[in-house]
Design a protein around this ligand. Structure first.
Ligand code: M6R
Length: 363
């Protein structure tokens, strides 16, 4: 059942290249328009605003989706935690698309958010992994990620395929709107098709993340730092670590450090710094310096095409370079592996962490 792996989580991490292929299959091809199941040309042409609503890891995928949709299609996107969305009287109308993201398709708050959107006359779109799940039955449009069954409570391949689904959706919205030039869209499409191979390469960080995990597993607090999309990935990395290793962990946006969190940094504090975006690199390097000066130990995640990588960091993890907008897909892989190895080093029950259920069907 575990295909030779010790845990479902590790098996599912290693299944990611194939899972990505499954998500891309039949939807993205070079030089061709994006095809979405059962969505006719023009079905989404009146959409002037998108709400992405989800919980946990799926919410983190939504944060990446916001940037992708806004940058490529110019349509404004809000991202909400489902349990907040449903009780805050959001302003919704018939030109709003409410997109729910749910691996299981059964999460109570996400389903309630979908129903609320329908009551307001919004168009609804579900990204889910489970064929026939409640959200897939109730939404107007469904995008199946086809990641295959995810057994481990900690979501890995579901997250990565949600990212792919969101990029595909962003490209779909973009091709209808002429907001981004065709060449840029084609480049992103070509890079998307290379991601299964690049994620396979990113899995080669396994041994290094194990070594790092054995050093940091004794920590009681670990911080994640990033800017832009790296901040969204930092949130996911931090959640993964806390849910399976029970180490307290927080993600921060680099620019927020001075507004409070830097007070927490002392000699030896471990900071996982994501630094994948060339445009933000200078700013992020300064943030890294700020925490190094206060004694932090840095594990830095960088693409393999950055020059002078790793100055001032204690551990350097490189992942295959890709388009900046797609970087979360490769950057998250070492974070998943790191969490897994930390949890193993601590003797935790990786596949079934305490107090957590795979599917949260009650509020
Ligand atoms: O099935 P869903 O995607 O709706 O689940 C949402 C969250 O409960 C889920 O992502 C949770 O945060 C995971 N345990 C994270 O690894």
């Amino acid at each position: 059942q575990k295909g030779g792996f010790d845990h479902f989580m590790l098996k599912e991490i290693y299944e990611q290249p194939q899972a990505i292929k499954n998500t891309l299959n039949g939807r993205v091809a070079k030089g061709e328009k994006i095809v979405l199941d059962k969505i006719a040309d023009g079905d989404l042409k009146d959409i002037s605003r998108v709400f992405i609503v989800a919980c946990g890891t799926a919410y983190h995928a939504g944060l990446v989706g916001k940037t992708a949709i806004e940058r490529l299609s110019g349509v404004p996107v809000d991202v909400d935690i489902a349990s907040e969305f449903r009780y805050r009287n959001p302003i919704l109308d018939k030109n709003t698309l409410v997109m729910v993201i749910s691996q299981s398709g059964e999460t109570a708050d996400t389903l309630a958010a979908l129903r609320l959107a329908k009551q307001h006359g919004c168009k609804t779109f579900a990204i889910t992994n489970v064929v026939g799940s409640s959200v897939s039955r109730e939404a107007d449009f469904v995008f199946y990620t086809y990641a295959g069954p995810e057994i481990a409570v900690a979501s890995t391949k579901a997250y990565i395929t949600q990212l792919i689904a969101l990029y595909i959706f962003a490209l779909y919205m973009a091709q209808d709107r002429n907001y981004t030039d065709k060449e840029t869209l084609e480049n992103i499409k070509s890079e998307l098709l290379l991601l299964p191979e690049k994620v396979k390469k990113a899995l080669e960080t396994d041994a290094l993340t194990k070594e790092i995990a054995e050093k940091i597993c004794v920590e009681t607090d670990i911080f994640y730092l990033g800017r832009g999309l790296d901040y969204a990935v930092a949130m996911e990395g931090s959640l993964k670590l806390k849910e399976i290793s029970y180490i307290h962990s927080e993600p921060y946006a680099g620019g927020e450090l001075k507004h409070g969190p830097i007070a927490l940094i002392e000699k030896g504090t471990v900071v996982i710094a994501l630094n994948t975006n060339a445009e933000l690199r200078g700013k992020m390097d300064s943030n890294i310096k700020e925490v190094v000066t206060r004694g932090a130990r840095i594990v830095e995640i960088l693409p393999d095409n950055f020059e002078n990588a790793g100055e001032g960091c204690d551990e350097l993890i490189t992942v295959p370079a890709t388009e900046a907008i797609l970087a979360p897909v490769t950057a998250v892989v070492p974070l998943q592996l790191l969490s897994y190895h930390v949890a193993i080093a601590k003797g935790c029950n990786v596949d079934k962490p305490r107090n957590l259920a795979k599917s949260v069907t009650v509020e």
